[in-house]
Design a binder for this molecule. Structure first.
Ligand SMILES: *Cc1c(COP(=O)(O)O)cnc(C)c1O
Length: 446
């Protein structure tokens, strides 16, 4: 067995470590669900959400944090949003309905997404939600289907000139036309401001675009007084592993690190800084005009909206796959687990979810021999691999043990899940801690 030093221990929150130390609890849940499952921790989500809200407060900026719902389908997060007083960013009728059903009020919902259906536009209007308009024809339809007491609250999503290839947002000509309509139809349309959502996880382009949109708000406000907010979208970075581990991995890993010498064009940056709400702080402290963004927003009474998805779910869940078999293959072992790699979405983006999985033994064994393993799902496809990388486990896994993937709540859990092979979707198990007692229940949504 080659000894490539490429391990990537996952950063985990204390609640997750404590739970993985309790095989009897995992056994109990496994007994009930009889297959793979996701464990989620709503209090961690609300702590993340509160940290974003605190940054706005610290920096003296008025605004709202909308949870990008597509990053995880569980209903448990929505209850936390309702309690903390945040908002939710949705892009479909079922997402909007699910959000309302969990107590988030319509006015705290932002509807984004390309070319929304008439039904979604109508429903958003009925509930007083904020609609990010993506095109002129969508604006026309929004006007036709609107059936609200007051005007429809909208943001105009801009096509950033730095990403002209994006399929989202209004180009400059259409943006001007949309502004003209808003000016001419103040009883039907209430222009609240502008929005964007950028790929990548950088501070600088977000700060630059935000600065530009402040200028725009100031100009437009002379004609349309309601124009007093900007939304800087999502893409707040997360850190999954320590910097030194990430750099060592990048240095040392090569094709032989992976089963079948699998090659990947690109990985998510599992180490990044700044992350989460600190990234929001860094954006707000970026120079803008004669001052910094936060100061200008405050001085001109412009609200700041953000739509973090992944960053609010950071540390708030892990995924559990029961071991179904082990065998040797060339220089490494192959573990097969109950479940499919679709429950680890990164594997379906021609990439790999890299933080090291952990082994939890159902019955801890006295003697143990470390092994290097790749981990496959229980389908009949060669490519159904949860981990192509030959990762080191402290002991040879046995039937009934668990392989745990840490920190999977953001996008990994349910983006691509299907009932392939007629296997049921893994349920999400929400954890509630009452001092020494741990309670759990199955979340209301898949
Ligand atoms: C996906 C999405 C988000 C959330 O992105 P994250 O990277 O999860 O923070 C926010 N806004 C829009 C418009 C999106 O499409």
């Amino acid at each position: 067995m080659e000894l490539i030093d490429d391990h990537l221990p996952a950063l985990q929150r204390p609640w997750a470590v404590a739970l993985q130390d309790k095989p009897h609890l995992l056994n109990q849940i496994h007994e009930a669900v009889n297959g793979p499952f996701h464990v989620i921790h709503p209090p961690t989500f609300s702590a993340n959400l509160r940290s974003f809200v605190e940054v706005l407060n610290d920096e003296g900026v008025a605004g709202q944090i909308f949870f990008g719902k597509k990053a995880n389908k569980a209903g448990s997060w929505l209850r936390e949003v309702a309690q903390v007083g945040g908002g939710v960013d949705v892009a479909s009728v079922p997402e909007l309905a699910h959000t309302l059903a969990n107590g988030v009020r319509g006015e705290d919902i932002e509807v984004t997404g390309a070319a929304k259906s008439d039904e979604l536009l109508w429903l958003a209007g009925r509930h007083g939600s904020l609609v990010a308009i993506d095109s002129l024809d969508e604006l026309t339809r929004a006007l036709q289907v609107r059936d609200t007491v007051g005007p429809l609250r909208i943001l105009l999503r801009i096509l950033p000139k730095e990403s002209p290839q994006s399929r989202f947002g209004l180009n400059p000509t259409d943006l001007n036309e949309a502004l003209r309509w808003c000016e001419c139809n103040p009883t039907d349309l209430s222009l609240c401001g502008f929005s964007f959502h950028l790929d990548g996880y950088e501070v600088a382009p977000r700060a630059a675009l935000a600065s530009h949109l402040i200028d725009r708000c100031l100009t437009v406000r002379e004609r349309i007084p309601s124009c007093n907010a900007i939304s800087i979208g999502g893409g707040f970075a997360c850190q999954y592993v320590e910097r030194e581990d990430w750099e060592r991995f990048l240095r040392n890993s090569g094709p032989t690190s992976f089963h079948a010498e699998r090659r990947f064009a690109k990985f998510y940056p599992y180490y990044q800084a700044p992350t989460g709400s600190e990234m929001l702080r860094a954006i707000l402290r970026t120079p803008s005009g004669d001052s910094v963004l936060a100061q200008r927003l405050k001085r001109h009474e412009i609200k700041l909206y953000a739509e973090p998805g992944r960053a609010l779910l950071d540390g708030a869940g892990f995924s559990v796959f029961p071991v179904q078999g082990f065998k040797r293959n060339a220089d490494h072992g192959i573990v097969t687990v109950a479940g499919l790699s679709m429950s680890l979405s990164e594997q379906w983006k021609n990439s790999e979810f890299l933080p090291d999985p952990c082994l939890v033994q159902r019955d801890p064994r006295a003697s143990s021999h470390p092994v290097r393993v790749a981990i496959g799902g229980s389908s009949c496809m060669e490519y159904d691999m949860l981990t192509w990388r030959k990762v080191r486990l402290p002991s040879q896994p046995q039937y009934g043990d668990y392989i745990i993937y840490p920190n999977t709540a953001g996008y990994q859990m349910d983006k691509n899940e299907s009932e392939f092979h007629q296997l049921p979707l893994p349920p999400k198990v929400a954890i509630k801690q009452l001092s020494d007692t741990i309670l759990w229940r199955i979340d209301d949504a898949h």
